[in-house]
Design a protein around this ligand. Structure first.
Ligand code: LMR
Length: 339
């Protein structure tokens, strides 16, 4: 009799403990690790913190967002793999870095002068074309949640870059896409793929002679302190994809999924507004620093750059196919100059 009683008490105790544990576990917030490579006061850094604030608020604390800026958790090369493994839940990398995933199509967005103004860029990233591109990411276990437009690129170097031939022989850092590689080679420069976190030191020590980036990155990473010249060329664009792990996203409970999706939407609006203002302000602040010489391209110089770089568009027709390139032109509103 005592043995049955003891067994019953033990069973009840075990059941109660499990219940308590389950309840305690259920109350554990879902942790979203958001890793990125820029500084907290760059547009992406601010948007990540904004996302944290509203995601935690809208889910009443059911979600906890941990933001890791400045490559403090993962560097460029590692972060996508970590996302696929589920070691991190949210990233916003430049789409120029998707090549290593085996998705070459995203390189097409680096075609020179393809999306020179904000309206064209947002039109492009909102176009039906992106449905196919998103499916390619999904096939790699990555779910794209939004695209964040960080504006147009300018060049910095220790030499004035006014005409295309000024690039001859320079070692130029690139992000990684085959198109950026072709652009540098077409200009007679030597492309060097390098992680963002290594760039400041590489510029300071002369491992590379120059780079291209958006003004807000040049300001917040202080690249202008280790470069002598800046050319306002707007020849390319920095577009981020806010991406998550497909399995993680699919398993989010419904009462969390909706508020997170809302936080993603509002963070995207916040990002696009912040990026536009911060990049304009950054250009003024860099100029006002007097630490770097500014060069704006006049019409003749811009025409020379466009003409010099159109062969990259031609070259990429063989890589992507003319139909695909024509679709990209249509979606972005780009009209190739008559040769
Ligand atoms: C770069 O590598 O230059 C940029 O993509 C970094 C960033 O995320 O803004």
């Amino acid at each position: 009799m005592c043995r049955y009683l003891l067994a019953a008490v033990a069973a009840i105790a075990a059941f109660a403990t499990t219940q308590l544990c389950d309840a305690a576990f259920a109350q554990q917030p879902i942790v979203i690790k958001f890793s990125h490579v820029v500084s907290p006061d760059a547009p992406k850094g601010k948007a990540a913190l904004f996302f944290k604030e509203i995601a935690e608020k809208y889910t009443n604390g059911k979600v906890k967002v941990e933001v890791y800026p400045n490559s403090s958790l993962y560097k460029d090369k590692e972060e996508l793999e970590a996302l696929q493994l589920g070691s991190v839940q949210l990233l916003a990398p430049s789409i120029s870095k998707f090549g290593p995933l085996g998705i070459k199509e995203f390189d097409v967005f680096d075609l020179p002068f393809l999306m020179t103004d904000d309206a064209r860029a947002r039109q492009m990233m909102a176009s039906p074309m992106m449905v196919d591109m998103n499916k390619k990411l999904e096939s790699k276990g990555i779910s794209p949640l939004a695209y964040w437009d960080n504006g147009a690129h300018v060049y910095t170097a220790n030499k004035a870059l006014i005409w295309p031939e000024d690039f001859r022989g320079l070692k130029m850092r690139i992000q990684g896409s085959k198109v950026l590689d072709a652009v540098a080679r077409e200009l007679g420069a030597i492309p060097q793929i390098m992680s963002f976190s290594e760039l400041y030191q590489a510029l300071q020590t002369g491992v590379v002679d120059g780079e291209d980036n958006v003004p807000s990155n040049i300001l917040t990473q202080k690249f202008y302190e280790v470069q002598k010249h800046l050319t306002v060329s707007y020849h390319g664009r920095l577009t981020y994809a806010l991406v998550t792990n497909k399995k993680f996203w699919g398993q989010l409970p419904a009462d969390v999924h909706e508020p997170i999706a809302r936080a993603v939407k509002e963070s995207t609006d916040f990002f696009n507004t912040t990026a536009e203002k911060d990049n304009a302000d950054a250009l003024e602040k860099i100029k006002a620093s007097g630490k770097i010489q500014f060069h704006a391209l006049d019409d003749a110089q811009r025409k020379a750059w466009v003409a010099k770089l159109m062969p990259v568009h031609k070259e990429m027709q063989s890589r992507f196919g003319k139909d695909f390139i024509d679709k990209i032109y249509k979606a972005s509103g780009f009209i190739p100059p008559q040769s």
